[in-house]
Design a protein around this ligand. Structure first.
Ligand SMILES: C[S@@+](CC[C@H](N)C(=O)[O-])C[C@H]1O[C@@H](n2cnc3c(N)ncnc32)[C@H](O)[C@@H]1O
Length: 354
């Protein structure tokens, strides 16, 4: 079982671990095809670009650029070796739940538990120690595509069942009801269920709804907080959201609906009047409309803006603009989700990190 969707055609960049990566992809039900460089045709039929561990920097850069141009998501594994890739192993201390016995029914009458784990922004090193331990103890992992996907896949190679419940923007969506059902049904079979989420479960993560579904079904549930992309993305880009003497407020806004939508719950007038830092998530598509609204309602067009894509992963990219140029910059540079946008004077001071 894999996060890579069964039947998806995956463009595989060449490198020392390409053959291993191709085998893994086939095991996961995907169809790997070899990357042919810049001359590769358009994205028809291609669902993912995979950059295996050890891929040469120039090949990876070419592939990233190709993927960006064609709007195809990238699974960049540089720095995440596919060690221990073949074969499922029993997890010490959990007899009967993994390995050869995986899939066997647990004794009736025992109830498992659900653990909501905030996985952080993507770098496997940015999950908490408690979160990593929970993954080690999991019989079943329900995972999103954001967050430390490689850790979930490692747990699957050790024998945990991995279920892909990603909600991909403007693409395939697993309904929240189905996710709730999977958590409850698996816990009722006595399993330890880890619901692995990107960032923190309670920041635009529907974590509370999942807790309610568990408690309504009488399933024990706990939460392990995660490092939210709201703070991790700016930090990874060397950007401090607050500066002494510069700002005393910090606001997080979801930009998944445009400001003029009747569905918007954001007080855009208030946002425009604030002088501190504004952080937008899920705002790539509506960045231009949001910037125009903020300027229209009083925020200075010269206010610095910084966009951080794929924060904490090898494909992280940082793009600078002003509020006035944000929409055009996002468009012309081909910014893609996931991205965090920081607006405010604090965004004008980005440190050069090594
Ligand atoms: C559904 S929200 C989930 C937020 C998550 N619960 C958190 O605390 O980070 C998804 C949005 O988070 C942001 N995001 C998550 N991971 C990111 C990353 N590695 N780099 C940039 N933005 C990220 C993007 O704005 C993305 O559209």
């Amino acid at each position: 079982m894999s996060l890579v969707l069964a039947g998806v055609t995956v463009l595989l960049v060449d490198g020392p671990e390409t053959a291993l990566a191709a085998d893994l992809l086939r095991e996961q039900g995907a169809v790997p095809v070899n990357w042919g460089g810049h001359g590769t045709d358009g994205p028809e039929g291609i669902g993912l670009v995979r950059i295996p561990a050890g891929a040469a920097a120039d090949r990876a850069a070419e592939a990233l650029e190709w993927a960006r141009r064609h709007g195809v998501p990238v699974d960049d594994r540089r720095g995440v070796p596919d060690h221990g890739a073949h074969g499922a192993h029993a997890v010490p201390g959990k007899p009967g739940a993994h390995g050869e016995d995986a899939g066997a029914e647990e004794p009736a009458g025992t109830t498992g538990e659900v653990i909501l784990v905030g996985g952080g922004p993507g770098d496997p090193g940015l999950i908490t120690v408690a979160g990593a331990r929970a993954l080690e103890s999991a019989d079943v992992i329900l995972a999103d595509h954001l967050g430390p996907v490689s850790l979930a896949e490692e747990a699957a190679r050790r024998g945990a069942e991995l279920i892909d419940v990603a909600k991909i923007p403007y693409s395939r969506q697993v309904s929240q009801d189905r996710i709730n059902e999977l958590m409850v049904d698996n816990a009722r079979k006595g399993r330890t269920v880890v619901r692995l989420k990107g960032g923190d479960p309670f920041i635009f993560g529907r974590g509370f709804e999942e807790i309610e579904a568990c408690t309504a079904a009488g399933i024990p549930v706990r939460v392990i907080p995660g490092v939210t992309s709201m703070t991790a993305a700016p930090a990874a880009a060397g950007l401090s959201l607050t500066h002494r003497g510069l700002n005393h407020d910090l606001t997080l806004v979801s930009g998944h609906v445009p400001p003029d939508s009747p569905k918007s719950l954001v007080n855009w007038d208030a946002c425009a009047k604030m002088t501190g830092t504004l952080v937008l998530i899920m705002a790539v598509k509506n960045a231009g409309a949001i910037a125009a609204t903020l300027i229209d309602r009083g925020r200075d067009a010269a206010t610095p803006a910084v966009v951080v894509e794929n924060a904490s992963t090898p494909s992280q990219r940082v793009t600078t603009a002003t509020l006035g140029t944000l929409g055009e910059t996002v468009r012309s540079t081909g910014v893609r989700s996931p991205a965090v946008i920081v607006i405010g004077d604090a965004a004008g001071r980005t440190a050069h990190l090594c």
